[in-house]
Design a protein around this ligand. Structure first.
Ligand SMILES: NC(=O)C1=CN([C@@H]2O[C@H](COP(=O)(O)OP(=O)(O)OC[C@H]3O[C@@H](n4cnc5c(N)ncnc54)[C@H](OP(=O)(O)O)[C@@H]3O)[C@@H](O)[C@H]2O)C=CC1
Ligand SMILES: CC(=O)[C@@H](O)[C@H](O)COP(=O)(O)O
Ligand SMILES: [Mn+2]
Length: 379
């Protein structure tokens, strides 16, 4: 039986993780849950899964929750609370499903505690990929990708020698505005931006998908997970989101992983690897799908993806700053403070004011993250 902690249990990935877990109650024991503000849903989860340790965003929320949880459940809060659930709940497997670089320190804490990691929180790798990968290697823990593209690549690789890989091809749906010109992006609303054509996800990643920042973060995530340089990681537009990504090998063979868009499949694979189990997802019917389409990526139309490659190639704190500036810009767009196109302007301006530091230590990364957030607030 796996002892599981879920960081971000009330979110899109967190709730789907608990759905997967609830279908195999004899295989998992939930020992820790962590959330932000959604105390009501967290309380429901506590009642259903009976973890011993839970964390919420604030002290006030923790005080309220303490009055309602069954006796014996310890309630903690804040980033230290996340770290306690990650490293002090007795979990042997931690699902990192927080949104944003707030997931970095708790993911590192889980690795240091020797837990295997199911990693959805891509911002952690973008922010500090060299530290996370090195720490996982030193601790001998598995870092299993949850993100659909990286799970697809992981499944296609299936133990192949990295030397046999020619390139990775990440598929991109194009997001909510894929059929609009740049001119047509002026004045788009938050509501429109939140309508992803294929996936139902949290708000931040849905906006990232529309700006193509999500694919940029995923290129960086692939760089760290699979150890390939940026010129061997490509992106292709695939509006159906049925091929989740591909690997081209040196002998010209291409392996692809296909399936209907349903995150419970990669979540479950990360939990059961190397085994496969039946899934509640709807089986793929290629005859019903009819055709699969592909278009080249247009870096003029999606400048955030170009900036992501540039930041990735610059390396060091450039990717930290790219991510942090984007997090603030997206939060401001969601609050209605800035226009959709201002997201890319903010990322560009903040990056242009930053001199990247190569191979930064954790404190340097946290400092770059703080600096970029302040800069992005003031644009
Ligand atoms: N959703 C998807 O289908 C996919 C998501 N991913 C990645 O997975 C990660 C999670 O995404 P998603 O599930 O969509 O995000 P959501 O916004 O739906 O969920 C985020 C979770 O993190 C919690 N959280 C946010 N801030 C804090 C904080 N400061 N302290 C404690 N908890 C916090 C939220 O708690 P609360 O709601 O209680 O405030 C919630 O549980 C992201 O990195 C995303 O890029 C990758 C592939 C697909
Ligand atoms: C489900 C998942 O993994 C998301 O990251 C998804 O990839 C978003 O789709 P696009 O970024 O391709 O629109
Ligand atoms: Mn993805």
């Amino acid at each position: 039986m796996k002892k599981i902690a879920v960081l971000g249990s009330t979110g899109s990935i967190g709730t789907q993780t608990l759905d997967v877990i609830s279908r195999e109650p004899d295989s998992y024991e939930v020992v820790g849950l962590a959330a932000g503000n959604n105390v009501d849903l967290l309380l429901e989860q506590v009642r259903a899964f009976r973890p011993k340790l839970v964390s919420v965003g604030t002290k006030e929320a923790a005080e309220a929750l303490k009055l309602q949880v069954p006796s014996g459940v310890k309630v903690v809060h804040g980033e230290e609370g996340l770290i306690e659930v990650a490293a002090g709940s007795g979990a042997t497997y931690v699902v990192c499903a927080l949104i944003g670089s707030i997931g970095l320190r708790s993911t590192l804490a889980a690795i240091d505690a020797g837990a295997d990691i199911g990693l959805a929180n891509k911002e952690t790798l973008v922010t500090a990929g060299h530290i996370v990968m090195q720490r996982a290697k030193e601790m001998g823990v598995a870092l299993l990708p949850v993100d659909s593209e990286h799970s697809a690549i992981f499944q296609c690789l299936n133990g192949e020698n990295t030397k046999a890989i020619k390139r990775l091809v990440l598929t991109a749906s194009g997001g909510s505005f894929r059929n609009r010109t740049r001119e047509e992006l002026r004045g788009v609303t938050v509501e429109d931006a939140l309508k992803h054509p294929n996936w139902r996800m949290g708000a931040k990643i849905t906006i990232d998908s529309a700006t193509m920042v999500n694919k940029g973060l995923e290129v960086m995530e692939a760089h760290w997970l699979f150890g390939l340089p940026y010129d061997r990681i490509d992106v292709v537009l695939h509006p159906e989101s049925i091929i989740h990504s591909m690997v081209e090998f040196v002998d010209t063979s291409v392996m692809a992983q296909l399936g209907n868009p349903d995150m419970r499949v990669p979540i479950q694979y990360a939990l059961t690897y190397p085994e496969r189990k039946p899934s509640p997802a709807t089986p793929l019917d290629l005859l019903a799908a009819g055709s699969l389409n592909f278009r080249p990526m247009d870096f003029e139309r999606f400048p955030c993806l170009r900036m992501a490659y540039e930041a990735g190639r610059a390396g060091g704190t450039a990717t930290t700053v790219f991510n942090a500036a984007n997090e603030i810009a997206v939060a401001r767009f969601l609050k209605g403070e800035i226009a959709f196109l201002a997201i890319e302007d903010i990322i560009s301006e903040v990056l242009s004011r930053h001199d990247a530091i190569a191979t930064p230590d954790l404190e340097t990364i946290l400092e770059a993250d703080r600096w970029a957030r302040l800069e992005a607030f003031s644009r």
